[in-house]
Design a protein. Structure first.
Length: 247
């Protein structure tokens, strides 16, 4: 009877390990894994998932099973708990509206990702219309924050998601950003610009929009910072690659 009990526990643990591996492989094949981790870690996760399946198969084939020490139900619960969290949070999206608990958002400070060497940025500093893409978004926005007066009165256009939190109590303010992932979903941070637009109330929060605006410069106790005056805004489809990866 005791042997049957330990054998059942052994099989349950093996099945859970196999289930984790299969879920990870499904996420990798479907491409959805990039919503959770940086693409550079995908090959590591794929190798670990394959190894997990091999180990599970080996454990199922074992004829001799040693007795487990400790509390088996606790071990199984600890193995299942992350899986439970994954299913509970699978449909959760980053919501930066005021209704999301008043979470503080800082898009008026550029986070340095090692971009923005002067020689590399001359091309953009000399343009009258700057088009931001996935490839240049982070380095150009960083240079604009580092040197806002060099971009004064230049036009800029890009696609991003809208954050409707009132940054300074003004009803005509919103932010249009891209979410940046350095490692995983836990470190997602917004990168983009605070914008002013008379009809800001018409734009749906968390929607994707393509905007064109004029770069203006305002001064605060922390120094000069860029702000966009929107000239044109159009609804956009969410890109296939929602997040930006600096490294």
């Amino acid at each position: 009877m005791i042997n049957r009990k330990y054998r059942l526990i052994h099989y349950i643990e093996s099945a859970i390990l196999s289930l984790y591996s299969i879920i990870f492989l499904i996420l990798i094949v479907s491409g959805k894994i990039s919503e959770f981790i940086h693409p550079r870690y995908i090959i590591i996760l794929a190798a670990a998932s394959i190894a997990g399946i091999i180990i599970s198969i080996k454990r199922f084939k074992e004829k001799s099973i040693s007795h487990h020490h400790g509390k088996p139900l606790l071990r199984i619960s600890l193995m299942i708990f992350p899986l439970f969290l994954a299913f509970v949070s699978r449909n959760m999206k980053a919501d930066f509206s005021e209704s999301a608990g008043g979470k503080e958002i800082n898009v008026d400070k550029s986070v340095s990702y090692g971009f923005g060497k002067n020689d590399d940025m001359l091309e953009y500093r000399n343009k009258e219309l700057i088009v931001l893409t996935d490839d240049n978004f982070l380095k150009v926005t960083q240079d604009i924050y580092d040197n806002p007066k060099l971009y004064l009165d230049k036009k800029i256009t890009y696609t991003g998601t809208v954050m409707k939190k009132k940054f300074s109590g003004r009803k005509d303010e919103l932010a249009v950003v891209r979410m940046v992932m350095v490692c995983c979903a836990a470190d997602l941070a917004p990168s983009g610009f605070i914008c002013r637009y008379d009809n800001a109330y018409e734009i749906e929060n968390n929607s994707w929009q393509t905007i064109t605006g004029i770069i203006t410069v305002e001064t605060s106790s922390d120094g000069d910072f860029p702000l966009l005056r929107i000239l044109d805004v159009r609804h956009a489809e969410k890109p296939d690659q929602e997040y930006l990866y600096p490294f």
